[in-house]
Design a protein around this ligand. Structure first.
Ligand code: CA
Length: 725
């Protein structure tokens, strides 16, 4: 009996080893990663793999897998987690091939993990020059790798393209894709078509001229380069196309490059052999400075179709002519075949920053429709039949500041959408945003730095609104289900915070999206009903993916708060060890994340210099409006945060929280209907007074008091911030 049992165990052990070894052998990984054109064109048929950035060349981010579905998703649990040991934003879409996951993290580091266990198989650190981060607007992020013929390709923040052996993680070749005299960066994922690795770059705000380049995947030799904006006419144009589009520019645009960087979206139609790129905003943003004659400025804020073999131009459609708002067209491009006005039509679906949802014929670039998916969009009133926007003249910022929806963050940013082949809906991570645009008439170029030509200052009457809505992150975000045929919203889920994650849809009638407040959530694709969620301990901005290993379906996502919003918010990093992780889930699993670190007690800012009357007024108001939840005399009973130990960010955002409702998603609603600004200041003064009393007590060595404080005080505000921002 004993022998048989041992034998059984031994057999199981051998099987287990074989499975691990299969994924762990460099030769096997290299062979599995030997993607060619046929496999990438047919990527959709490899149901258990995720072979390309958008899963398939049409970038639908839809999986036919149904093992995890709306009937059993409640049983989804954490199968493994991998800590990158960084704490900044994670934005990558992992590639998964036969049980191996290739992804990227901060500073363009590449990871190969066992997709079943999370075990790190290899890691490649391209040793990015960290000083180059000064040229990166939006965090030291990377959106992922491409795989081809046994090699993994990454674009680095400092402008290199690197080919890595999929088996060992060793560098095969690298090439510099930029002229380092100019502040270009790379954060996007390369795409590979017929043996050419295609990569763009970012930097429009910093003063660069946009382009995209293709390199031979085996040698790194440059195959072609497509410039998106013309250079200085005095230097001679590269080709006739540049000469032609130079007619759409005015002034001395070349001095700051003109912008038009191709920093994220690309898609490919193998049948039409067309390669689509989304082109960035014109730089600097101030169009009166950049473009005094008000011309269109091609190809900024456009979608351009190219031949992938040669980079030859085929067609373009410009979504925002003479862009003056940072309205990039670099948002995720989806290719779909739909019934358009009763006829089958090959279209391109696009929700760029500018707030309109575009349907474009992808065979020829013909404009079909543009409808605002973001209802507050006010820079344009609509689009005419020729596909040109009808600008809202009342919000022209030429002579006066203008308050415009959406902001430079866009109504949708880089976070990928998804198109479900089951529901035929597009799921959009939408952003509710607002910005005051005003010309900086004293603008001077800061070479290599932020150059928008816009005034950062705001007029006093919108200062408060701006602080509440933009700088204080109190705008919201949504997951929007959009019917591209009807051009209308089918359902919407509102999130408490802005800057939520990319989207995955599956044939299990599920849509997965991470949130800024630290959750991965599943909804029914058809109705938007929430059916599952998992607390991720940090904000999620990356898009989830799904794959199978040994017959089991996994949902995986990178969880790591950051990106443009994570930086601009100016909030402190969460306490404790870095939490930027890869998380993978499967049915029946129940791995736990390490517990959150001990709650932190933040020293309060100094007392406010106010009169005793103001303090007394603050105490009265506190006792009237605040004590019910936050405890008498600002000493919390434990159920909600003790205001005396608030993290610094809460003091800095006191009024946006108390009056603006910044944390209404957490239950702290706005009291603007009962409190004036002076009232709020008085309450703040009172809380600071109490807080400094408590701090003095804490610093006075009374061990019992300190012990009680640590046990009782609920200074989870830092934690809540970490979890919810
Ligand atoms: Ca931009």
């Amino acid at each position: 009996m004993k022998a048989i049992r041992l034998m059984t165990l031994g057999f199981a052990a051998v099987l287990h080893c074989a499975a691990v070894l299969a994924a762990s052998t460099p030769e096997q990984r290299r062979a599995d990663a030997a993607l060619d054109h046929a496999r990438l064109v047919a990527a959709g048929s490899e149901q258990g793999n995720w072979l390309a950035h958008g899963r398939t060349y049409d970038e639908k981010r839809f999986s036919p897998l149904t093992q995890v579905n709306d009937g059993n998703v409640q049983q989804l649990g954490l199968a493994w987690h991998f800590n990158t040991n960084h704490s900044r934003g994670l934005e990558a879409t992992p590639i998964v091939i036969n049980g191996v996951m290739y992804s990227t993290g901060n500073w363009s580091v590449v990871y190969a993990n066992d997709a079943k266990t999370g075990e790190l198989l290899w890691q490649f650190d391209p040793q990015v020059d960290k000083s180059w981060a000064v040229h990166a607007c939006c965090d030291v992020v990377n959106r992922g790798v491409a795989v081809w013929n046994g090699k993994v390709y990454v674009g680095t923040l400092d402008g290199r393209l690197v080919a890595i052996d999929a088996g060992t993680g060793e560098k095969v070749w690298e090439t510099l894709t930029i002229d380092k005299q100019w502040p270009y960066t790379i954060t996007g994922a390369p795409r590979i078509v017929k043996g050419k690795v295609i990569i763009g770059n970012g930097g429009s705000e910093y003063g660069v001229r946009g382009y995209i380049t293709a390199y031979d995947a085996e040698t790194g030799q440059q195959a072609w380069r497509f410039w998106t904006v013309p250079g200085n006419p005095a230097d001679g144009f590269e080709n006739e196309l540049m000469q032609k589009i130079a007619e759409t520019w005015s002034g001395e645009w070349w001095k700051l490059g003109g912008g038009g960087t191709v920093w994220d979206s690309m898609a490919y139609d193998p049948e039409l052999d067309l390669f689509y790129i989304g082109v960035g905003n014109a730089g600097p943003w101030n169009r009166y400075l950049r473009n005094p004659e008000g011309k269109d400025n091609l190809f900024t804020a456009s979608i351009v179709a190219l031949r992938p073999d040669t980079g030859e131009y085929v067609w373009h459609y410009q979504e925002t002519p003479n862009d003056g708002w940072d309205y990039t067209s670099t948002q995720h491009i989806i290719l779909a075949d739909i019934e358009w006005q009763g006829q089958p039509r090959k279209v391109l679906l696009h929700a760029p920053k500018n707030g309109f949802f575009f349907v474009v014929d992808r065979t020829n670039g013909q404009f079909l429709s543009a409808v605002p998916y973001y209802p507050k969009t006010n820079w344009a009133l609509g689009y005419d039949e020729n596909g040109r926007p009808i600008e809202n003249k009342e919000l022209d910022y030429k002579d006066k500041p203008a308050l415009i929806h959406p902001s430079p963050m866009g109504a949708h940013n880089w976070h990928p959408m998804s198109y479900s082949e089951q529901t035929r809906l597009v799921y959009i991570p939408m952003i509710d945003s607002l910005f005051q645009y005003e010309q900086d008439k004293q603008f001077k170029v800061n070479k290599g730095l932020w150059n928008t030509g816009m005034k950062p200052a705001k007029t006093p009457d919108v200062e408060q609104l701006f602080n509440d809505i933009i700088a204080r992150k109190v705008t919201g975000g949504s997951l929007l289900a959009w019917d591209p045929v009807l051009q209308k919203k089918m359902w919407e889920v509102k999130h408490p915070l802005t800057w939520n994650g990319g989207v995955l849809s599956t044939a299990g009638n599920l849509v997965f999206q991470g949130t800024a407040d630290g959750r991965l959530v599943a909804y029914k694709s058809d109705s938007g009903e929430k059916v599952w969620e998992f607390k991720t301990q940090t904000g999620v901005i990356a898009p989830p993916i799904t794959y199978t290993v040994d017959g089991e379906q996994y949902i995986a996502v990178q969880a790591g708060w950051g990106g443009a919003f994570g930086l601009a918010g100016g909030l402190p990093p969460p306490p404790g060890e870095p939490r930027s992780r890869i998380l993978a889930f499967k049915l029946g699993a129940d791995v736990q994340l390490p517990p959150l670190p001990d709650k932190q007690l933040f020293d309060p800012p100094p007392r406010m210099a106010v009169s005793d009357d103001v303090l007394a007024h603050g105490k009265t108001l506190y006792s009237q409006f605040c004590f019910g939840c936050h405890g008498t005399d600002a000493v919390s009973g434990g159920a909600v945060p003790d205001l005396r130990w608030m993290a610094p960010a809460f003091h800095e955002n006191f009024k946006p929280i108390v009056l603006g409702g910044a944390l209404s998603g957490l239950g702290m609603v706005s009291f603007a209907d009962v409190l004036s600004e002076q009232d709020a200041d008085a309450i703040h003064a009172y809380i600071l007074d109490q807080a400094n009393d408590a701090k003095e007590k804490r610093d006075n060595p009374d061990p019992q008091w300190w012990h009680d404080l640590k046990v009782k005080v609920y200074s989870t505000i830092g934690e809540l911030m970490a979890e919810h921002l």
